[in-house]
Structures are given as structure tokens and as C-alpha cells.
Design a protein around this ligand. Sequence first.
Ligand SMILES: Cc1cc2nc3c(=O)[nH]c(=O)nc-3n(C[C@H](O)[C@H](O)[C@H](O)COP(=O)(O)OP(=O)(O)OC[C@H]3O[C@@H](n4cnc5c(N)ncnc54)[C@H](O)[C@@H]3O)c2cc1C
Length: 408
Amino acid sequence: MNTAPAMEARACVVGGGPAGIMLSFLLARAGHSVIVLEKHEDFLRDFRGDTVHPSTMTVLDELGLLGAFLERPHSEIVEISGHVGEDTITIGDFRHVPAKTKFLGIMPQWDFLNFLADNARAYSGFHLLMRTEGKDLVREQGRVAGVLAQGPDGPLEIRADVVVACDGRSSTLREASALGPRDLGAPMDVLWMRLSKHAGDQNAALGFIGAGSVLVLIDRNDYWQCGYVIAKGSAGDVRRRGLDAFHSELARTAPVIADRVGEITSWDDVKLLSVAVNRLDRWYLTGLLFIGDAAHAMSPIGGVGINLAIQDAVATANILAPALARPGPVDDGVLASVQRRRMYPTVMTQGLQVLIQRNIVANVLRSTAPPKHAPAILRWLSSIEVLRRIPAYIVGIGFRPEHVGLQR
Ligand SMILES: Cc1cc2nc3c(=O)[nH]c(=O)nc-3n(C[C@H](O)[C@H](O)[C@H](O)COP(=O)(O)OP(=O)(O)OC[C@H]3O[C@@H](n4cnc5c(N)ncnc54)[C@H](O)[C@@H]3O)c2cc1C
């Protein structure tokens, strides 16, 4: 018999990432009680997604928070450029996206999450339990009726009319539910590291294509967050070749940072992201819903993971908040309509990512000599100003932008 102390709320959200915090904020704002579980003691984890896209800033604007958000330290990127052999190409121009903020905001994810959580605390229904890990589902009469968790003071049972799993791409609740994601494949992994930014460096997101590698530099004001894209499973080979060889590889791929690759003094400075692209065919069981990376892990191409997670949260709140206004458990039809609403943008975005992975990234990673020119399609895209708006729209706004409903 389970003897863990019990808590109760209308909704239990597992995972305090972008999806979980935004959803809980919106449900609490609509007047519902929500318990959010986050297994870490803070949001301070490096090398997470840091891009806040115009679609997310539109949501913040609709919540009356855009001004306060933009007052926090951040950088703004108006275009995405790439250097390939002799070519410099611009593949995304955000100056024309249909949003107030015509740029990508870059803010450390922990700052963004703290900002959301601080604002959510204004609502009495919002309860964030840090250092509390969702371990298993409570099942009762054929439905999920809560979560068994481990908190700082021991085991805990949270009972709720709906449980929303926002626990990321290695979702514990997904495992407990026995729902398995469909794997769409990824030819690459990414090594993440920091390098200093110098006076005179360009303020932009930059991509460099070398022999068998791609290096992406993301402007973080006083440093570059660097993503070195390598063939799937080859991180061990990179390490075996040694740090000196790694420095040379980086410098060859992006000569602009050749003068500072020595700042990487140990493999502890380099974090491996094993890239996965997958999604659930079914996002719910009775009483339980999956959103964000727990429902669909995204490729890093386009840096859209956070923003899809936020869009999922907004759509979920728009559908769940009115359903929670009725007493009793949330029925399957409500959860199915969240999946119906968000499957289309997920499939479209992942479809494009997989297309780019197969036709551009995989070819680059197989190459043994640095390319002389950018692929023809990218040169074409770069040469016509109007066309550069298309990738910016897809990345910045996305396929089905969501708006904060009238749940208040
Ligand atoms: C290295 C890296 C770089 C990335 N770069 C970008 C980028 O530039 N732009 C972008 O948009 N996306 C990026 N992404 C993807 C982006 O971070 C994710 O798509 C996004 O954070 C998904 O949000 P989420 O809320 O669904 O899940 P997550 O952000 O994964 O959040 C899940 C949360 O749940 C918590 N948790 C997990 N299990 C449990 C449990 N059992 N109980 C309680 N809590 C739990 C975790 O601690 C975490 O806080 C990147 C990802 C990585 C790994």
C-alpha cells in the first residue's frame, strides 16, 4: 500500500522546462490549481536551448510581459549567415517577420525560466516543487489519476484531474506509460562549448562548413556558444584524436575563432548532445498528456525546440483551461484535441529538419575535403532578398502560431 503524503491539484505538470513552466503559468492564470514538479534544484543548466523566437515573444506580449522580458540581458539576432568555402550566404532575415520583435532573442534558458516562474508566482494556483522528481504514474479505475514523486523530504503522491508530462526527451512518464516514440533518425551529434567573444566580432548567428563538419556560433553577447556538428556516434573518435587535433579542426572549420580555440583546455569544457528526432504517434492516455520534447524531440536545426514547446503549452492551456472549469477528470476528447492541434506543426517542422539532415548535413559530414562553394539551393536562397524571409518565417513564427486565449 502506498503511504506517501498526498497533495492535490486540478493539474499536475511534470517537468519545469519551457513547456511545463509556460503551461503551468497559463493554467494558474486561468484560475486553476497546478503543481509543477522539477527534479533539479534550480534552472541553472548550461548548453540548453537559448533562442527565444518572435512567436514566443508574441506570447509574452499577449501576457503583458514583453517589455519586462526585453529589459533583461539578452542579445538580438536579425539574420543567420553561413560561410562555406568562398561563399558568404545569408539564409534567414528576420527583419520582415510579422511580429513586434523582428529578431531572435538569445537569453540563457535559466534566465527565461526564472522570468516565467517569477511571473507565474503572482497566481495563487501556481505551485512549483523543485528537487521533486516524477517517478511513476498513479493509476485508478483505468485512468491516470496522479504522479508518484520523490521530493527532498521523501516520497510524495500528487493527485490531479489531469497529468501533463513535460519531462523532456528522456521522459520518465513516457517510459512509465509504455508509449514509445517513432524514431525519425539523425545523422549527427553536437559538441557544445564556449569561446570568448572579442571586440570587432560580428553580432550574428554564424555557420561554417568544413571537411566533414559544421560549426555554429551563437552570439551570447560576451561569448560565443559553439555547436560543433559531427557524424552520429563519432564523439569518441574526436576525443581519441586529442585536444590539439580538436583545436585544429575547429580552427580549420572557422578561421575567425582560430585565435581562441586554446580556451578549451579539457574535455570537461565540451558537452555532447546526442541528437534525436522522434515523436509519439499518440500523445495521451486517459488522464495523461505529453507535450514539448516528451511528445516530440526536435533536431537542433533551426533551434526551434523551445519555441515549439512554448507553442504546445499555449495550445494546451487554451484547450485545457476551459475543460478544467468543469468539475472532475479531463476526458480523452480534450486531450485528443491538443494532439490534433499540435501534430501538424510538429510533423511539418520535423519533416523539414529531416530533409535538411539527409540532403545537406549528411553530405557535409561525409565529405573529406572542405567545400569550395555553398550548395546551390543555399546560394539561390541567399541571393534573393524575398526568399530569405521564408526560412526566417518558418524558424521565427512556425507553422501554426498559437495565441494566448481568453482563459483568464
Ligand atoms: C544542447 C542543446 C541545445 C539546444 N539548443 C536549442 C536552441 O538554441 N533553441 C531551441 O529552441 N531549442 C534548443 N534545444 C532544444 C530545447 O532545449 C528543447 O526542445 C526544449 O527545451 C524542450 O522543452 P521542454 O520543456 O519540452 O523540455 P526540457 O527543456 O527538456 O525540460 C524538461 C524539464 O523536465 C525536468 N525533468 C525531467 N524529468 C523529470 C522528472 N521525472 N520529474 C521532474 N522533472 C523532470 C528536466 O530537469 C527539465 O527541466 C537545445 C537542446 C539541447 C540539449
